[in-house]
Design a protein around this ligand. Structure first.
Ligand SMILES: Cc1cc2nc3c(=O)[nH]c(=O)nc-3n(C[C@H](O)[C@H](O)[C@H](O)COP(=O)(O)OP(=O)(O)OC[C@H]3O[C@@H](n4cnc5c(N)ncnc54)[C@H](O)[C@@H]3O)c2cc1C
Length: 314
């Protein structure tokens, strides 16, 4: 049986040549050869098996909030977990702590709301962060000093090769600043988090502060992908880029945000090559003027298409 027939027999949605831009917060990106929405672990396992049989590369997409998909699209299979991989369940609670199991496709803002509603501290580090739990785990998302890794007890995942669910304890996972390494490539299915009992009132107030700061200091509501570069040790990428005079620099329809220089905004119809050209320009300028190498936080996937259309400062 050929690949298309294999996928069409699957009891869940597998789209062919699906444009991925709407699946990302930057709203940029070409077609996936195949975009699949497995409904449960069995679906996921059969999907991985077919991909293996046909030698298809596999990419996992969460909420696309930290991802630039190139305009040439993504070859092979893109896996997007469906709503069946959402959910927050209290497993164990005592006077001080609560263990919760959270599905990988659960939205981070929902987890934060759950924490606030139940007075569970730990979620403060995730306030204002879009995307899913799976993406947050793989990016070790958080603030400048507090990451999601501090909350993790274990991760349930399915390695691409073995296609069986496995539990990883925290010690088996390599966490670093905005990066997580599992023992092999795979799909995160859920995670157990350890939250502490806290004050609901304090959490509510922290949340209000956080959102109000983000509204002022980030391009709130505009298509973007969070911080583009990691902060260099003891410094801030945004400050360096701003000091180099790059705020509002525009290439094609991509622009360095006027409110936060480490955010790039799609001002309408930007191409991935516009974003890549801006990234390149920023790196070169910061190296030249500050002698600092900026490293990407943004996750870039897919293939390039046409060259960028360069314009000047907006
Ligand atoms: C306005 C804005 C503000 C932001 N602020 C912050 C911030 O303060 N702190 C911060 O850390 N980040 C921030 N981000 C970045 C982003 O929200 C986080 O990195 C988020 O955790 C990404 O989650 P996602 O589901 O969108 O991941 P995606 O972008 O979809 O994927 C990110 C990575 O995770 C992998 N992945 C996703 N799901 C799975 C899974 N189930 N199994 C295996 N791999 C998976 C992908 O393959 C990819 O490598 C911000 C983004 C925006 C747009």
């Amino acid at each position: 049986m050929d690949l298309k027939s294999e996928f069409s027999r699957m009891p869940f949605k597998v789209l062919c040549d699906e444009i991925l831009a709407p699946y990302t917060t930057l709203q940029i990106g070409g077609q996936a050869d195949y975009l699949a929405f497995p409904q449960n672990e069995k679906d996921l396992s059969s999907l991985l098996k077919v991909s293996q049989n046909f030698n298809l590369p596999i990419t996992v997409l969460g909420g696309g909030a930290n991802t630039l998909i190139l305009d040439g699209g993504v070859r092979g299979l893109v896996v997007s977990l469906s709503k069946n991989f959402k959910g927050i369940e209290v497993l164990l609670e005592n006077k001080n702590e609560v263990l919760v199991a959270v599905g990988a496709f659960e939205k981070i803002p929902s987890l934060v709301r759950f924490g606030i509603k139940n007075g569970l501290s730990g979620v403060e580090r995730l306030m204002g962060i879009p995307g899913t739990l799976g993406g947050a785990l793989m990016m070790n998302a958080g603030t400048a000093t507090q990451y999601i890794e501090d909350l993790i007890e274990s991760i349930l995942w399915m390695p691409f090769e073995e296609r069986k669910m496995k539990t990883l304890n925290k010690e088996e996972i390599e966490f670093s600043y905005r990066a997580t390494k599992l023992p092999a490539p795979g799909v995160v299915i859920s995670s157990i988090l350890r939250l502490k009992r806290g004050s609901k009132k304090e959490l509510e107030s922290l949340y209000k502060q956080n959102i109000s700061i983000r509204k002022k200091k980030q391009p709130w509501g505009k298509p973007c992908a969070g911080s583009i570069f990691k902060n260099p040790r003891n410094d801030k990428a945004g400050r360096l880029i701003e000091e180099c005079g790059l705020k509002k620099l525009c290439i094609g329809s991509a622009m360095v945000s006027e409110v936060h220089a480490n955010f790039l905004v799609n001002t309408g119809g930007a191409k991935s090559s516009d974003i890549l050209a801006l990234i390149n320009e920023i790196k070169l300028t910061v190296k030249k003027l500050k002698n600092i190498d900026l490293n990407l936080e943004l996750n870039i996937i897919g293939e390039e298409e046409s060259p960028a259309r360069i314009c000047s400062h907006a």
